[in-house]
Ligand binder design. Sequence first.
Ligand SMILES: *[C@@H]1O[C@H](CO)[C@@H](O)[C@H](O)[C@H]1NC(C)=O
Length: 319
Amino acid sequence: MYSPILTVVTLSLCAGLSLAASLPIYANPAAATGDINGVHDPTICKVNGTYYLYTTGNGIPIRTSTDRKNWVAAGEVFPNGAPSETDAYTGSSGTAANLWAPDCTYVDGKFYIYYAASSFGSEHSGIFLVSSPNGLTGWSDYGLVTSSASGTGYNAIDPHLFVSGSEWYLSLGSFWSGIKLMTLDPSTGKPASTAVTSISDRLTNGGAEEASWIYETGGYFYLFTSFDKCCDGTSSTYNIRVSRATSITGPYTDQSGVAALKSGGTEILGTHESIYGPGGQSLLEDSDGVLLIYHYYSTTTSILGINRLDFSSGWPVVS
Ligand SMILES: *[C@@H]1O[C@H](CO)[C@@H](O)[C@H](O)[C@H]1NC(C)=O
């Protein structure tokens, strides 16, 4: 979710203006209340009727809700600070270390969280894995999953676990050569091979694409990403894009037929009214439908946003 320091403001403004006419009128986020300020890169697991929300931050903050509206603080994944194995990537340590973009999946009675350790603008990044039986405490640390260094050509941040039956996949990436896909060994949660598949790339705007999330429905794999600038208050230009494919490895194309590997991606949510730079998204299958979970900026902070996603046309529409 955090990106290299690049001056893409002018370009992204132009792109936004040219697209504006064809965009739908966005709904405002469903009213969330309680402890929703400062939320960044949200991911939610729902287990036994309780929603567990994890976000970027020191120790990976946890919030819970029983009604998906009111959220209460529930500690951190690492209340005593980041694991020391992340220090080399964050350049920080302990409770001062900011850990990025957690990704929660509840499988076989456990909460699995992949998260990233890096620093702003650096390709020296690591993705790590922990699990817990109750989502709040008792985390088992599986350590480093995959990493990147200067010259790797992609950035090992913004992890997303996609589970398809007995097969596990990890999508990841930010800037450089875009979004990658790896096959994981479900018994370890770590890469099953050294193969790395490119599934999306942005050839313009400095390659500003990250925060991948894959969702399968109706015979398609939908790839959601965030384009443009993540973290700059009301100047944030983040917007949420989608492409789809009939195979998880692609080729993904957007609604206009443009290949995701060639900058494709249909915008489904961007800045509107007083909602600035929505992105860092994840999806949640809830009892009343599929939800888009994201953060956006107000004039004072970043906030949890939740909207419904309607796939009935074959392409997701925010409502
Ligand atoms: C969910 O409910 C099942 C069945 O009662 C229980 O075994 C499990 O521990 C519960 N998990 C959580 C996270 O509440």
